[in-house]
Design a protein around this ligand. Structure first.
Ligand SMILES: *Cc1c(COP(=O)(O)O)cnc(C)c1O
Length: 390
């Protein structure tokens, strides 16, 4: 079946939905067992989606987890209260004191902070590597390296990683490859076809898709499923049924939404590439974007999030640009229906290896579902304020 068809049907097992189209939202902590035999059955089968206790999930959770595992791949899926919690759970489930973690230098900022604080305090050593390293990652592997963490495209600067090359090296040494697949959503990148062992989503972004809930997911290959499942529950991770319901609703339209985000973002990015003020268009479909050829080889498409650099501009000019955008609002959690803009004057503290300090200021856009021509007009008039402030 094609992706559109799977997206409509995933997780709608009659066992969970009954006769309704959608799975009901179960609000419960306690699951009631009438007999000792029923209770024993639940204890024996909670990993296989028997109702046992609220934290282990209800049909609302089970249906969503099944849908995610079907659509992203992997043996199973678990839910977490937000994307960062899922990243933490993935790392804490597999790393121990004395272990070494290879972390991509362009990782989402809060993941870097997690490594440098909590993981460091636990005696887990992190080495940051160049996102364009590819197979040369083998030179950074130590005897105690347990996990290689990837995120592609890179946060803010959009470098595309050679995940198949990294996975090949990792698997020769039994090292786990984790991916923050949030940009790849459920459409643009298929992690398990490219050698990833554990894939994380900030479902808060495109899966929920309407900026009204926070949720994280992890899918894992069969090899790592049991350990992920057990450790996630030892640490108490679960997510609320209303939020899962919103994510399940988001799944049904994700392909249609991503197609529109992609089309509009390409239109806006193409327009930007013709502007005198713009230096680089850091959109994976553009040759300016580091790793563009790998994107062409490995990805199914692109979404609404990309960046561009300006040839010049100080804080005053960038402020004039952002303050005078009317449709693009400033905010962090992209992936909703609305357009967003954010500027990054420099990447100090966000990078160890490449600070991008030979470039002008960087602006990241999330192109939402507004009409692309209206968005271009909004940027066009904001650039006038930018130029006047230079
Ligand atoms: C937003 C984001 C996260 C964190 O997700 P939250 O749900 O906000 O905790 C992680 N990774 C990436 C790439 C993100 O964009």
């Amino acid at each position: 079946m094609k992706k559109d068809t799977k997206i409509v049907h995933a997780g709608r097992n009659k066992k969970w939905t009954g006769q309704s189209v959608n799975v009901p939202v179960y609000h419960t902590s306690t699951i009631i067992h009438d007999t000792v035999e029923d209770l024993k059955f639940a204890i024996k089968n909670f990993k296989n989606n028997a109702m046992y206790y609220g934290r282990r999930g209800t049909p609302t959770h089970f249906a969503f987890r099944e849908a995610m595992a079907e659509l992203e791949g992997g043996h199973g899926c678990l839910v977490y209260p937000c994307g960062l919690a899922a990243i933490n759970a993935a790392l804490m489930s597999f790393l121990s004191t004395g272990d070494h973690l290879l972390m991509v230098d362009t990782v989402y900022g809060p993941t870097r902070v997690l490594c440098n604080t909590v993981l460091a305090r636990m005696g887990i050593e992190t080495t940051y590597y160049d996102p364009l390293i590819g197979g040369a990652i083998k030179n950074l592997i130590q005897d105690n390296t347990k996990v290689i963490f990837t995120e592609s495209p890179g946060s803010v600067t959009m470098e595309i990683q050679d995940i198949p090359a990294i996975s090949k090296i990792a698997h020769q040494r039994d090292i786990i490859v984790m991916l923050d697949n949030t940009w790849g959503n459920l459409i643009c990148f298929e992690p398990y076809k490219h050698g990833v062992d554990i894939s994380i989503q900030a479902a808060t972004k495109y899966i929920v898709g309407h900026s009204d809930a926070m949720l994280g997911t992890i899918t894992a290959s069969e090899k790592y499923w049991d350990r992920l499942y057990d450790n996630s529950f030892y640490m108490g991770y679960t997510a609320a049924p209303d939020d899962i319901n919103l994510a399940m609703r988001g799944i049904r339209t994700i392909n249609a939404r991503i197609k529109q985000h992609e089309e509009s973002a390409l239109k806006v990015a193409t327009w930007l590439s013709g502007r005198d003020e713009v230096d680089l268009v850091l959109h994976p479909a553009f040759t300016d974007c580091p790793g563009h050829d790998i994107w062409k080889r490995d990805f199914n498409g692109s979404c609404g999030l990309f960046s561009f650099t300006l040839k010049q501009g100080d804080g005053k000019a960038i402020t004039a640009l952002l303050d005078n955008m009317n449709l693009f609002k400033m905010g962090f959690s992209w992936g909703g229906f609305e357009s967003l803009a954010m500027s990054f004057y420099n990447l100090k503290g966000e990078r160890t290896l490449n600070l991008w300090d030979n470039y002008g200021p960087l602006v990241r856009l999330h192109v939402g579902l507004e009409d692309a021509d209206d968005l271009i007009e909004d940027l066009d008039q904001a650039f006038e304020y930018f130029n006047n402030a230079l």
